[in-house]
Design a protein around this ligand. Structure first.
Ligand SMILES: Cc1cc2nc3c(=O)[nH]c(=O)nc-3n(C[C@H](O)[C@H](O)[C@H](O)COP(=O)(O)O)c2cc1C
Length: 171
């Protein structure tokens, strides 16, 4: 597990190669295996492979959308805000589990934040809801951009770890 965690870096450039059906199924299983508060499972995922739709998603946020330019696969991670008051936490767990399975499969990904972000005209969540026809009650946490890596990033090692962030018994 630590090896996967050290190797996972945000990959923002992808090759044109599509993600296979088998790999996509594993990635989605990882998301569906996420724990959720009180087992309510408020999180849903929308798989987007249509390049035109992905480029519309790129316009849903002013900055930080570079990974969407080349990603052949995007998974929108959304949560039913009426079903759970902590859908954000649940959707965060789903997002990172997707990223870890992606890394395990030898692919790359980046979390593109939508919640609390803006496009040129409106709130990013609202913009994504419009592009993907998502009902109003769903919050949009992230768009996970996924594909084969087209850039190299150095894995983390123990010297990158901030052990000063750890406190024992009191702050
Ligand atoms: C909550 C969250 C939001 C993020 N939003 C974006 C984003 O909108 N665009 C982007 O390119 N990267 C985004 N990232 C990736 C971070 O920039 C990246 O994880 C961080 O710089 C550390 O680099 P690493 O992922 O390679 O370890 C986000 C990551 C997290 C956890």
């Amino acid at each position: 597990m630590l090896e996967i965690l050290k190797n996972r870096r945000s990959i923002r450039k992808f090759t044109e190669e599509k993600v296979s059906k088998e790999d996509l199924e594993k990635i989605l299983k990882a998301g569906l295996l996420a724990p959720s508060s009180m087992g309510k499972k408020p999180v849903e995922m929308i798989v987007v492979e249509d390049k035109e739709v992905i480029s519309k998603l790129e316009n849903c946020k002013k900055h930080g959308t570079v990974p969407l330019k080349t990603a052949p696969l995007v998974i929108a991670v959304i949560g039913d805000s009426e079903l759970s008051d902590v859908w954000v936490e649940d959707a965060s767990i789903v997002s990172i589990l997707i990223q870890l399975e992606v890394e395990k499969l030898g692919l790359g990904s980046t979390w593109v934040q939508m919640r609390k972000r803006e496009s040129l005209e409106k709130d990013s969540e609202e913009a994504v809801r419009e592009v993907l026809a998502i009902p109003e009650k769903y919050g949009v946490l992230s768009l996970i951009a996924i594909g084969y890596k087209n850039e190299e990033k150095k894995p983390y090692d123990d010297s990158d770890l901030n052990f000063e962030k750890i406190h024992y018994n009191k702050f």
